[in-house]
Design a protein around this ligand. Structure first.
Ligand code: FAD
Length: 417
């Protein structure tokens, strides 16, 4: 087996791996991206029928990467977020106008975002996409990283690189091969997703409704339709998925209420297990975790992809500043100590943001999912505080938009080179 050498190998070409490959392009490095599932296959797990709410910081990144005009043309702006608690009077809302921004975020269908990213990737000479190929073994040593790939028809290939970046999702096999444990806890819930037609115009409002069973999000998408992410208990998920369209809509309507009139014309449904996962470390020798391989969140606050994009922005910043590859040659000549220092810088930068988001989303699920009296009282205070305490809404909005804390260049909309 011959071994080709790259500066960087990205394991996983989902939403995060592909975005990283594009973001690295201006640095002129030799990059390979290895993806297990062909991009147009129905089984492609990243670019599927889900909708993703892109935060402001992700928008700025795509602007800096020159992709925003195509993404915004296929997205729907969120001008206001409406938060309510089922069975309780009143609600809270955040407005784009009040926050002095054009939109609080944009909703895009993953498949559509995937097509834009894949086209951009196809236009790059400096990234070699190896797909379908699955990384099945790695070796990490101070001198470099190597990987064995399973190709089609039982063939194999090997690669070596100065740096291996794992973006292979929540069940990351590469993370395990790096010797990093992820702490996982199931929420005992599944997210049922799909889209429908509300009777009333959704008017660019994103609804987050906390129900007895878990959160329900209804988001504006194209053609007057709305995407939903409905959290149901694991025990009930099979029954809910098997319901006929009318019965399904009736149950969903019961949870959401009639704020948008009657729901009709539900599209294809899919469901996802909800698990909180946190990698106990972010780096190993010559390797680093980003995106869902580092952290898997409950979709309640629509932050998983956005958080992963901040990982992308930070690792690109660290790589750009480290000048590790200034003497690039056919073989690895990067200084192990310089790579280790760069990875340590990355890890210490990202730890706080990741921890904060994990705590925030997990806290929301627990606060609003419990019928225990102290938590009920606390969430009433939280809802009230949200509206009454000056600045609380603004701080919440900043986190939702991904603009809190120290931001890397791309997250500020500044091209990396
Ligand atoms: C219902 C739902 C709604 C969501 N809504 C939002 C939202 O509104 N906003 C938001 O920010 N986030 C949202 N998220 C989270 C978001 O979808 C994820 O954070 C994001 O998809 C993570 O992308 P990723 O590329 O890290 O991982 P993945 O999407 O899992 O991609 C991993 C890729 O790696 C490939 N792969 C795996 N193993 C290997 C291997 N050994 N070799 C090669 N390739 C491999 C896979 O085929 C896949 O393409 C939502 C999640 C869910 C479940």
């Amino acid at each position: 087996m011959s071994t080709k050498h790259y500066d960087i190998v990205i394991a996983g070409g989902g939403m995060i791996g592909t975005s990283l490959a594009i973001a690295l392009a201006p640095l002129g490095l030799r990059v390979a991206m290895v993806e297990a599932i062909p991009r147009k296959a129905a089984a492609q797990p990243s670019f599927d029928d889900r909708s993703t709410a892109l935060s402001r910081s992700t928008q700025r990144m795509f602007e800096a990467m020159g992709l925003w005009p195509r993404i915004v043309a296929a997205s729907t702006p969120i001008r206001s977020i409406h938060v309510s608690d089922q069975g309780r009077f009143g609600f809270s809302h955040i407005d784009a106008e009040e926050q002095e921004v054009e939109a609080l975020g944009y909703v895009v269908i993953n498949r559509v975002l995937g097509a834009v990213l894949q086209d951009a990737l196809d236009a790059l000479d400096c990234v070699e996409v190896i797909c379908p190929a699955r990384i099945t073994a790695i070796e990490l040593a101070p001198g470099g990283a190597s990987a064995v790939l399973d190709l089609e028809e039982g063939k194999q290939r090997s690669l070596s690189s100065d740096l291996l970046i794992a973006a292979d999702g929540a069940n990351s096999a590469v993370r395990e091969m790096m010797g990093i444990t992820a702490q996982k806890s199931s929420y005992g819930q599944r997210a049922v997703i799909g889209n429908l037609l509300p009777e009333k115009d959704i008017e660019n409002v994103a609804y987050e409704r906390f129900t007895r069973h878990g959160p329900l999000a209804v988001l504006p998408i194209a053609d007057g339709r709305a995407a939903f992410v409905w959290t149901v208990s694991e025990d009930d998920a099979e029954r809910v998925m098997a319901l006929g369209d009318d019965a399904f809509l009736a149950e969903l309507q019961e949870q959401f209420g009639f704020r948008l009139g009657a729901f009709s014309k539900v599209g294809k449904r899919a469901s996802y297990p909800l698990v909180l996962s946190k990698a106990l470390r972010l780096t190993a020798t010559r390797s680093v975790l980003i995106g869902n391989s580092a952290h898997g969140l409950h979709p309640v606050s629509a932050q998983g992809f956005n958080l992963g994009m901040r990982d992308v922005a930070a690792i690109v910043d660290c790589i750009a500043d480290a000048s590790v590859w200034s003497q690039s040659s056919e073989a690895s000549d990067s200084d192990p100590a310089a790579i280790a220092a760069m990875l340590e810088q990355y890890a210490s930068w990202r730890r706080a943001d990741q921890k904060k988001l994990v705590r925030f989303t997990d806290g929301l699920v627990k606060l609003f999912g419990s019928e225990r009296r102290p938590l009920r009282v606390l969430r009433n205070i939280a809802m009230l505080g949200f509206d009454l305490v000056p600045g609380v809404r603004s701080v919440f909005a900043k986190h939702t938009m991904g603009l809190a804390g120290r931001l890397p260049r791309l997250s500020r909309g500044v091209p990396v080179k």
